[in-house]
Write a new protein. Sequence first.
Length: 337
Amino acid sequence: MNHSSSKTLSYWGGRLILGLVLCLLFPLMAFASSARALSPNFAAPPLVDDKPVTVTVGLYVVNLASVDEVKETFELDGYLTAIWQDDRLKFSPLLDLRVRSRNYREDEVWTPRLTMANAAEPRDRFEVTIRADSAGHVTYVERFVVNLSANYDLLRFPFDSQKLILDLQPSLPDRDLITLVQKRSMLQLNRASYVGMAQWEIRGLTEEATDEFVGGTAERTTQIRMTINVKRRFGFYIWKVFLPLLVAITTILTVIAFAFSIEANLPRVPYVTYIDAFFLCCYFFVFVTVLELMAVNIVLRRRGHGSAIKIRHVARWTVPAAFLLVNLVLMLHFLFH
């Protein structure tokens, strides 16, 4: 075979191989295109017969950070859990028995958009996980920190109890796509020693499902109300407020009773004697101590612990020193004049 015939055979052989490759690729490309066209849209809600998706929600309270009666807010740190069914995420675990669930990103699958209706500002989310098992049960878990509004009933302060409420609702775009339901076992409280604050004792958690009107309209949406029941620890007020004031009042009554008891032995003269001036001085400084206790209590509530301590430190030395100074002046005036 000459060189020209070999070149011609090589040319047509290459064309034949290229044709075979194209014949194999076109069906594969068509199949892949068809598969993409028929694959489900995981970003759409998994509606069945156009019915809303039933989403079971739960709350795990990690910590109750602060309770502000003046601003009527409280800060909550916790885990929010949501569970629903998405048949599109089913898979067969037979290929690998070790794979019992699959993890997804938020941009890969549909997740319910939930809002905390009484949040003073949008919540901060951390550690978001989305996991689906082979049966299509999807579990969404997020760690969050949020500042929530609350209505405080302070009529019995400091012997009061409060209900700290978290109202969980579907966001407005999803209100027709989601039905929220509750499950008592998914409502839990962290029992660690650091949970709560020195001023409050957490008594328990409750929840209830309700229907609420949307933004003052006639439309309604489902809501799960989660309530943290807390009771104020009143020991501080007993020892720092009530007892000192009761002692002060008792002191005033004691001074008055003592004055009445010796009145029969006092000379009835039209002018002020040294003992009269001493009694008046005692009345005045007992009244000053009551004012000091009231001032400390008011400043503690309005300006904080630091300002109240400053008043206590100043009063601790100035009031006794003033009492001694006034009595010294009275002695000089009445006894050495």
